[in-house]
Write a protein that binds this ligand. Structure first.
Ligand code: GLY
Length: 281
């Protein structure tokens, strides 16, 4: 298409859409003529608060989520909050889960408190409230990316909070039963529970954080069926974020303080299935 249209390296690819459109367009821009310019206009909350910032591009490949991609920051990201009014309730909450995740990773409690005190305006998608929410959320993500733009220092990896558990849940639900955000919210709570079990987290922080996901009605008590365990665990084993062959989970220690660590199979099992004693693995 770029060739047919006669696009050169100085031209822009402009993407207008959600995460898939923006990630794919940015990936195409990163490899076309070894890189042409790209402008992203995200239309979903998920894309506004996560996908467009930080230059991760990619697409799914042979069944793996974002298996091919590159780091290629967009020339410009144009965020237009009124577009959020067009989203379904479920799609809007899909993005809010990432905002809640940012509230835990923030060095301060401002975003967490805002999510509690302005809940009704946030759910009504009041424009001024949305502007503040987007700014605060993006500020948190930016603070991690600036320190570790290409995820080489174990800092940007914190943004993966809830995602290792979450991707496995998404995969068990064939990427349709649970949205990305619903899975990430669920995964964040599993990570907080793991942190509590390992006694590495400030209990008050963990309990307040879990309460925040409950406040926004995420189904954080969901348990996978025993028959889904093998698929769930295999998906976890395939996670991209491994160190010396061990999948690295992001666990929390306190507000904005995290640790990357492996978890035993038994611990994962205890966290995700209701009656692990009976599982034949
Ligand atoms: N979505 C996580 C990151 O951009 O690193």
């Amino acid at each position: 298409m770029c060739v047919q249209e006669g696009i050169s390296r100085d031209d822009y690819i402009i993407a207008f859409g959600g995460g898939v459109v923006c990630d794919l367009a940015a990936f195409a821009a990163s490899i076309y003529m070894r890189g042409c310019k790209v402008i992203l206009v995200p239309t979903s909350l998920l894309c506004m608060v996560d996908a467009t910032l930080g230059g991760k591009t990619g697409c799914d490949f042979v069944g793996g989520k974002n298996l091919i991609g590159s780091f290629y920051p967009a020339e410009q990201v144009l965020i237009c909050p009124p577009l959020l009014k067009s989203l379904s309730e479920r799609e809007y909450l899909n993005g809010l889960a990432e905002v809640l995740k940012h509230a835990l990773l923030s060095k301060n409690e401002i975003l967490h408190k805002f999510l509690i005190s302005r809940k009704s305006q946030i759910l009504l998608r009041d424009e001024n409230t949305l502007l503040s929410l987007l700014e605060m959320s993006l500020e948190v993500k930016k603070s991690y990316i600036e320190k570790d733009p290409e995820e080489k220092l174990g800092i940007r990896q914190a943004l993966n909070l809830g995602h290792t558990f979450g991707h496995a849940l998404e995969s068990c639900g064939r990427f349709s039963r649970f949205s990305h955000g619903e899975s990430v919210a669920w995964g964040c709570v599993r990570a907080l529970e793991a942190s509590l079990l390992l006694k590495i987290v400030n209990e008050n922080f963990a309990n307040q954080a879990i309460k925040l996901f409950r406040l926004y009605n995420f189904d954080i008590d969901y348990k996978i069926g025993r028959g889904e365990w093998l698929e769930f665990f295999n998906t976890i084993q395939k996670d991209k974020k491994k160190r010396d062959g061990v999948v690295q989970f992001v666990l929390m220690k306190d507000q904005g303080e995290y640790v990357l660590t492996g978890l035993t199979k038994q611990m994962i099992m205890n966290l995700v299935i209701s009656n692990p004693g009976y599982v034949n693995d």
